[in-house]
Design a protein. Structure first.
Length: 365
């Protein structure tokens, strides 16, 4: 028997869905199109930020061609826009910045600038900004790892500093290998370049002998000094980039407690190996000296972190810290003492011992 439409509506149980409401199919399609549109807009935003950061980084990098003293400062700030893009938007923005900046320099100045920018500024800045935003959820007691609402464990600042040192050493190693794959090629190439740059006469006579000894000293001193400078450049640009992004409100990572920074034990083993290899001679010795300089700087900064931690609560803390910073800036060699402090803390927990001593013995039960 055929049932009319009205009788069908009357006999349908309450809550039973009938025909779909008019427009619901259109609403689902509209939601999907809105999501796709937002994704496209986000990708365009990341791309535009990356291209803009790459242009700024390329301009800073190319300023070295002017030869002015200010250009040297601007040159070492070239990684900063890439790091701001990576820390404030995403690693893809930083990667686009590194690629676009390198391509722009290649078009104007040639392939050498393309490689130099990527090796010394673009790729290290991208990698450090990527590592700085790495995080994993911590599992609370009784909960599975990765549960919703779990606190995040961010990439440790100590490991981030070691990566900055490693990238600084790799940058200088790459520059060394452009002269050749043996120590003599590197020394003679750098010696000739410095002779032309400084316009020194190394022909004959007592003045020429002094000039030659001075150039020999520079050839030995420049690789480790360049490694220290490259590591400092990575750390300074990372700190400045994080500071800018924090003030803009886009920094997703909480500011780390640098006084609690720690290194893995493997870093001490790497330092020991680098020191041993630096005595072997040849190109291996030069590259090992570069790695030693970068790691010693990292351990010196770890020593500063230990000093900040163990002087908490002291009335003369400000005066003591200011004196140590001034001594390092003026003399340099006190940084080696801080390296030793960092190594002692790594193996004997100097910060923990001082903290436990201040708390005193536990109360008797």
């Amino acid at each position: 028997m055929r049932v009319s439409k009205g009788e069908e509506e009357k006999t349908r149980p309450p809550g039973t869905p009938g025909r779909p409401m008019v427009g619901t199919e259109d609403m689902s399609v509209s939601n999907r199109s809105n999501g796709a549109g937002q994704l496209v807009m986000m990708m365009m935003n990341i791309g535009l930020v990356g291209i803009g950061a790459g242009a700024a980084a390329a301009l800073l990098f190319a300023s070295v061609t002017t030869g002015s003293w200010l250009a040297i400062v601007l040159f070492y700030l070239a990684p900063l826009p890439v790091m701001i893009a990576g820390l404030g938007w995403s690693q893809w923005a930083a990667l686009i910045a590194a690629a676009s900046g390198a391509l722009g320099l290649a078009v104007i100045f040639g392939g050498m600038f393309f490689i130099a920018f990527l090796a010394s500024a673009g790729l290290p800045a991208w990698w450090l900004s990527y590592l700085a935003l790495l995080a994993r959820p911590l599992a609370a007691p009784g909960e599975a790892a990765g549960s919703a609402g779990a606190p995040l464990e961010w990439f440790p600042p100590g490991r981030l500093m070691l990566w900055a040192a490693a990238l600084g050493a790799l940058t200088v190693t790459f520059a060394i290998l452009t002269y050749g794959f043996d120590a003599e090629s590197f020394r003679s190439g750098l010696h000739a370049g410095l002779e032309r740059l400084l316009r020194l006469d190394t022909g004959s006579g007592p003045e020429a002998a002094k000039a030659k000894r001075f150039l020999d000293f520079l050839v030995d001193a420049i690789p480790p000094a360049a490694a220290v400078l490259s590591t400092l450049t990575n750390l300074l640009n990372l700190w400045l980039g994080a500071l800018v992004v924090k003030f803009s409100g886009r920094l997703s990572r909480p500011w780390p407690a640098l006084a609690d920074m720690q290194f893995p034990r493997l870093a001490a083993a790497a330092l020991a190996i680098a020191v041993i290899l630096s005595f072997l001679g040849g190109l291996i010795s030069i590259i090992a000296g570069v790695a030693t300089a970068s790691l010693l700087l990292a351990y010196g900064l770890l020593g500063f972190a230990v000093l900040h931690a163990i002087t908490r609560g002291l009335g003369t803390r400000g005066f003591l810290l200011a004196g140590v910073y001034a001594a390092v800036l003026v003399f340099g060699w006190p940084l080696l003492v801080l390296c030793l402090v960092g190594l002692i803390d790594q193996f004997f927990d100097l910060r923990g011992r001082v903290a436990r001593k201040r708390r005193g013995p536990p109360a008797p039960s």
